[in-house]
Design a protein around this ligand. Structure first.
Ligand code: LIP
Length: 265
């Protein structure tokens, strides 16, 4: 089995190239290729082009690996490693020109099932800020040469939290009820619009915690590893939940945030 550090290096190299393509295409103007689950759920031509670049680079470097991408679907491999890819996470931000979007690439081992896989390496790259967050299982999470650490405890002012909402308007009432349950813990709330960056910001200590229902495997595969390798905890709702809830935070906040966000209180 390839060392996590080697998989991380490949993810970093490809994320950089893919991110530069996304940034270049944005500067040339965005064209919406299609809508997906709801009118608000868009995919741009750049999403498709960037994912194809990532898929081609991975196939050339590791032809026996599997692939699971937001735009081009899944292909099983034979190596025990599957690459889980969101070519442009934060697509709506990207379409509007808001500089908060990222290429998210993760290598997972085991079955390509988010309920059971083990993320072993990942990279999250924001080509506008130039920040590339990376992690390899057991080797920490990093931003450049800076080793990342979650905030162990929020300050006395309360927790700086982030969340997100689904594209389906019928889910918004429940999402807002969840926010109301969580707000007593918070000093303030951010809605960044790219799950991979939300996770990365928890890993860096820029956020104390993050919670969001309905994330897709490619939204969380790399970001959750960043948080875990930075000393944080990540929970995903199991069972038959349709829009599974994700919660990520440092050890001093996690249990309170999970109880409030999940409604377990
Ligand atoms: C987005 C997530 C974000 C969520 C959005 C959307 P996409 O992913 O990163 O956290 O709130 O609804 O799902 O669609 O931009 O790849």
């Amino acid at each position: 089995m390839t060392a996590p550090a080697d998989l991380q290096q490949l993810a970093v190299e490809i994320a950089r190239e893919a991110g530069e393509l996304a940034r270049r295409r944005r500067s040339e103007g965005v064209s919406i290729a299609a809508t997906k689950s709801a009118v608000a759920d868009i995919v741009t031509e750049a999403d498709r082009e960037v994912e194809q670049l990532i898929r081609d680079r991975l196939a050339r470097a590791r032809p026996d690996d599997g692939f699971l991408g937001e735009e081009s679907g899944a292909e099983r491999g034979t190596s025990g490693i599957t690459w889980v890819v969101d070519p442009i996470d934060g697509t709506v931000n990207y379409a509007y020109g808001i500089p908060s979007y990222a290429v998210s690439i993760a290598a997972v081992s085991g079955e390509p099932d988010p309920a059971t896989w083990d993320a072993v390496a990942g990279a999250v790259f924001n080509p506008v800020s130039g920040e590339l967050f990376r992690a390899a299982r057991g080797e920490g999470a990093w931003l450049g040469d800076e080793r990342l650490a979650v905030n162990a405890e929020p300050t006395a002012a309360g927790a700086l939290l982030a969340t997100g909402f689904g594209y389906d308007p019928t889910t918004h009432a429940g999402d807002l009820a969840r926010v109301a349950r969580v707000m007593p813990l918070a000093r303030d709330l951010r809605r960044i619009g790219a799950a991979s960056l939300d996770f990365a910001f928890v890993a860096t200590g820029r956020l104390d915690g993050y919670f969001e229902p309905g994330l897709q495997p490619w939204d969380h595969a790399a970001g959750a590893l960043l948080v875990e390798e930075a000393g944080g905890r990540v929970w995903r709702e199991g069972g038959t939940a349709v829009r599974r809830l994700f919660v990520a935070a440092g050890p001093g906040l996690f249990d309170r945030l999970w109880r409030a966000a999940s409604g377990a209180e």
